[in-house]
Design a protein around this ligand. Structure first.
Ligand SMILES: [Zn+2]
Length: 113
């Protein structure tokens, strides 16, 4: 369960100390502690776009369900989750990448340098 807390708190998947992002949407190229290069190959973060779709769905689905249960009209049904997705885009981008880095590290672990 510690990996989940480390992931939520933006920690490097290898050393669990260095930060992956140094601001809301600016990412470190390498871990400031263990110097692990986060982008393993060209196009590495393409998969994080797909992960971002899943994160966006997880964030927006409760708002869609609430709009559905309250029997709001179609504009609210589409507009409310859409507005939530637009407002949380930096979070979706950030956790799409962090989740992908953790999944990749789980599938193909590196040793600490
Ligand atoms: Zn590190």
């Amino acid at each position: 369960m510690k990996w989940f807390i480390d992931m939520l708190t933006n920690r490097c998947p290898v050393c669990r100390e260095g930060a992956i992002f140094h601001s809301l949407i600016k990412m470190n190229a390498d871990c400031p502690v263990c110097q692990t290069h986060f982008e393993r190959e060209v196009g590495f973060f393409s998969m994080s776009i797909f992960i971002g779709y899943i994160v966006a769905t997880v964030i927006a689905l409760p708002f869609f369900i609430v709009a559905l249960l309250l029997r709001l009209d179609i504009y609210w049904l589409i507009g409310l989750p859409g507005a939530v997705i637009i407002l949380t885009t930096p979070i979706i981008f950030r956790y799409g990448r962090i989740l992908w880095i953790y999944i990749d590290e789980w599938l193909d672990p590196r040793s600490v340098k």
